[in-house]
Design a protein around this ligand. Structure first.
Ligand code: CU
Length: 531
């Protein structure tokens, strides 16, 4: 029987229960990794829409110089909440959703190791998201401090700041519990024969990401807790007047913040490492080197944080260290790009929607990587710090890197998750509209940034008008294109054709494994090594 097609999906769990809740109670009480994975993905999409609406406000305000739409405080709240919601509410939960759906299946486990904690990890999220939104309705509104919440500005904010801090605590708890679950599941619950070096790459990237999260989220919790005690309990961690140092905040924040970048992108690498082999009809090239490259990136990510702080008055020796350490990350990252290209080399390629998004990722993420390399150079960064060049860079990494990959993953696994096919023509439309409008939005921001346009500013001189107009028009198109994604998914859920066992015409038998010979199995539930 196929548990994927079972609308209740309770085949694997509830060994100790005799009745299964239905309706809303099913979703509130579920310990099933597939249910929880679906809830993560839907939550992520809702947050993506909320954060996206805020991006639309930002781009509408910046459509032309001269104040038009919102007051500057509200604009600052928009940039802050857009960043926090997209990072913690949209992208991270999306990949935890993939982890829940895929990891137990890929390693041959019945469910996640801590099924009840899994439920709690998810259900913390709606409360954290609500707290972020509620801060808009507090006196003083949502804090306008940027998603990085730098001191000493945080000391000037109203009670919305405290709600935001509490929300960050909750989001961190959710992430840490999710990571403990994923690491434990992978280390303890692999089927006999499923050695670590036989795991699908997605499991490997999440195993390493789990460690990154467990190591870095408590550091963020520390940073915002110190902010909280500085605000309310008379401490002076970041207050120079009391003997503290605002730059200390930046060190602590970025010791979390840089690994966070890889927390977001490593699972995306895992998804890509499974989609490209599938649509090339070839095993992944350089499996072991992919594992080692992922681990190298993770380790290096802890010694590069101050490349966000070149303008704080760091000694030249410090600038050089962080510059060289940062450029070093280009080596394992380039190894990955090379492996993906080598996987496609002389493959039997086809270009369905998941592959299009994967290739879009490959092209655009490489561009985002190169602009990152530019910014890693201390002498250059001092010119470009806090300009739109930085905004362009990290949106190439975050949107084209993580978001396009999430789309690729959803289209790729949707037939297996739901038993239904989506509309391939509309999927291709979604890809091309996203690809074109993404570049219209963000490519021009390199130019306004190089010309000196500062980020997080609601108004600007006339000289930046053209680039901003183009960028805003692109962003409206990008935003509308995402409604098409929602339509495609809803249409497929409601009336999609029944998916065949192998929706990708033979590519599927390779997507779970790096083994050189096609594995002797033909169903989603049964990885090749299970006896
Ligand atoms: Cu960084």
């Amino acid at each position: 029987m196929s548990a994927v097609l079972d609308p209740h999906g309770h085949a694997h769990d509830h060994d100790d229960h005799h009745h299964t809740p239905t309706g809303l109670m099913r979703w509130i009480t579920t310990t099933n990794h597939k249910d929880i994975g679906s809830m993560y993905l839907w939550f992520s999409f809702v947050m993506f829409m909320v954060g996206g609406a805020m991006a639309m406000v930002i781009r509408a305000e910046l459509f032309q110089p001269g104040l038009q739409l919102v007051n500057p405080d509200f604009f600052n709240s928009m940039t802050t909440m857009h960043g926090l919601i997209m990072v913690f509410g949209a992208i991270m939960p999306a990949f935890v959703g993939f982890a829940n759906w895929l990891i137990p299946i890929q390693i041959g486990a019945a469910d996640m190791a801590f099924a009840r904690m899994n439920n709690w990890s998810f259900w913390i999220l709606p409360f954290a998201g609500s707290l972020l939104i509620m801060s808009f309705f507090m006196p003083g509104g949502a804090p306008g401090v940027g998603w990085t919440m730098y001191a000493p500005l945080t000391s000037q904010m109203g009670i919305g700041m405290d709600l935001t801090i509490f929300a960050v605590h909750l989001l961190g708890m959710s992430s840490i519990m999710g990571s403990i679950n994923i690491v434990t599941t992978i280390l303890n619950m692999r089927a006999p024969g499923m050695t670590l070096m036989k795991m699908p790459l997605f499991c490997w990237t999440w195993l390493i990401t789990g460690y990154l999260l467990i190591a870095s989220m408590p550091v963020l919790a520390g940073a915002v807790t110190m902010t909280l005690t500085d605000r309310h309990f008379g401490t002076s961690f970041f207050n120079a007047a009391g003997g503290g140092d605002p730059v200390l905040y930046q060190h602590i924040f970025w010791f979390f913040g840089h690994p966070e970048v890889y927390i977001i992108i490593l699972p995306a690498f895992g998804v890509i490492s499974q989609i490209i082999p599938a649509f090339s009809r070839k095993p992944l090239f350089g499996y072991a080197s992919m594992v080692y490259a992922t681990a190298s990136i993770a380790i290096l990510s802890f010694i590069v944080w101050a490349h966000h702080m070149y303008t704080t008055g760091m000694p030249v020796a410090g600038q050089l260290f962080f510059m060289f350490a940062t450029t070093l990350i280009a080596v394992p990252t380039a190894a990955k790009i090379f492996n993906w290209l080598a996987t496609m080399w002389r493959g039997s390629l086809s270009f369905e929607t998941p592959m299009l998004f994967a290739l879009g990722f490959l092209f655009l993420f490489t561009m985002g990587g190169f602009s990152g390399l530019v910014l890693s150079l201390a002498a250059v960064d001092i010119q470009l710090h806090d300009t739109y060049y930085v905004v362009a860079h990290f949106h190439y990494v975050m949107v084209a890197g993580a978001l396009f990959t999430a789309f690729a993953g959803v289209y790729f696994w949707f037939p297996k998750w739901t038993g239904r096919m989506y509309d391939e023509t509309l999927g291709k439309w979604h890809f091309w509209l996203s690809m074109i409008f993404f570049n219209i939005t963000f490519f021009v921001q390199h130019f306004s940034g190089l010309a000196g346009m500062p980020r997080r500013i609601p108004d600007y001189p006339l000289m930046f008008e053209t680039w901003n107009k183009i960028s805003s028009i692109g962003s409206f198109g990008f935003g509308l294109s995402q409604l098409l994604f929602l339509y495609i998914i809803l249409k497929a859920l409601r009336s999609g054709e029944k998916a065949p066992a192998l929706p990708w015409e033979g590519a599927d038998s390779l997507e779970w494994t790096h083994l050189p010979t096609p594995a002797p199995y033909h169903s989603f539930e049964t990885p090749p090594v299970i006896k």
